[in-house]
Design a protein around this ligand. Structure first.
Ligand code: T6T
Length: 314
């Protein structure tokens, strides 16, 4: 587990200054458990959380497992629950496996906020905040459809089954593809969040079906690896659409290795998460479900204010 306080790129270093801010009389203790450490999406979310916490005079600790894996995330959640923060902001790595550990947080009187991913039974949480992942998957298909109006074979490279975000992205993509008979959906394959595995999936898929016209990579690491796979196969003309917009992916977009990125708003998800946690703690009205937007970044808008603003900051 990586506990991080000061982060380059964040405007604050984790809050804790009880003399600053306007959050009320109590310096609340917040804990953030990421889906995985070292992921630009969660790092940018951490910045949003830290900035909002600092402004409210609250403190925040951040930890994440080394892999996107519930067997590694559960002990982190368990130890956070034992340390009894006022609120837990968490991105569950599996909708069912993380249900009991997160329910234990609620049972201990900790306010739970689900950020990004959710659970099979989200009623343990005060609030859940995420992108419209189904719509993001549909938008990814649309980008491929526009580039290939004559249709063809399309593939999804995702992470693991049981992750609500990436499952919904795949569902959105699949439904959109099914609505256009010119396209043949080859199905989803799972990279286990390893770029090297995503690359292998793509090279093997292109060897089997050299006429694939589009690939949707459902998260940051899947996209990174899929771009490598297409390059290794030496294929031109395939439209690769990735979810997320970290610095590496922006580079791949610039180099033409990826044709479009669906950028989420991780900083806003984090900020909203802190707001809802504080609302719950202060007995204010809590919004049970917040859906944040996304931006489609292509070579055409990547250098515009919109494109730059949508890219992940850290
Ligand atoms: O795409 C994000 C996040 O939304 C998803 O739940 C898991 O993967 C990322 O963290 C990107 O790596």
């Amino acid at each position: 587990a990586a506990a991080t306080l000061a982060l380059a790129g964040c405007s604050s270093s984790g809050g804790g200054d009880t003399s600053a801010g306007s959050g009320g009389s109590k310096a609340y203790k917040l804990a953030f458990v990421q889906g995985v450490a070292g992921d630009q999406f969660y790092i940018t979310m951490q910045c949003g959380i830290q900035d909002a916490a600092k402004a409210a005079g609250a403190t925040v600790t951040t930890q994440g497992p080394q892999k996107f894996d519930p067997t590694l995330q559960k002990p982190i959640v368990d130890s956070v629950v034992a340390s009894h923060p006022d609120a837990l902001l968490v991105a569950p790595t599996d909708a069912t496996a993380m249900q009991a550990p997160i329910a234990a947080a609620k049972a201990a009187g900790i306010k739970v906020i689900l950020v990004d991913t959710t659970l099979s039974d989200p009623s343990v949480a005060e609030s859940q905040i995420s992108s419209d992942n189904k719509a993001g998957g549909a938008a990814a298909f649309k980008a491929i459809q526009q580039a290939h109006p004559d249709g063809g074979k399309v593939l999804v490279v995702s992470v693991d089954p049981g992750i609500t975000t990436t499952d919904q992205r795949e569902q959105g993509f699949k439904a959109a593809a099914a609505a256009d008979p010119k396209f043949q959906y080859l199905g989803v394959q799972y990279s286990h969040n390893q770029p090297a595995t995503a690359a292998q999936i793509v090279t093997a898929a292109l060897a089997k079906d050299p006429d694939i016209v589009g690939i949707f990579a459902a998260n940051l690491f899947a996209a990174q690896g899929s771009a490598t796979g297409i390059q290794q196969a030496g294929k031109k003309g395939i439209t690769l659409v990735g979810f997320d917009a970290g610095p590496d992916q922006m580079n791949q977009l610039k180099e033409g290795q990826v044709q479009a990125l669906i950028a989420q708003q991780p900083g806003t998800i984090g900020k909203d998460g802190v707001e809802q946690a504080l609302n719950a703690l202060q007995g204010k009205t809590v919004t049970p479900k917040i859906t944040t937007g996304f931006t489609i970044i292509t070579k055409d808008n990547m250098d515009s204010a919109e494109g730059k603003d949508a890219a992940y900051k850290s």
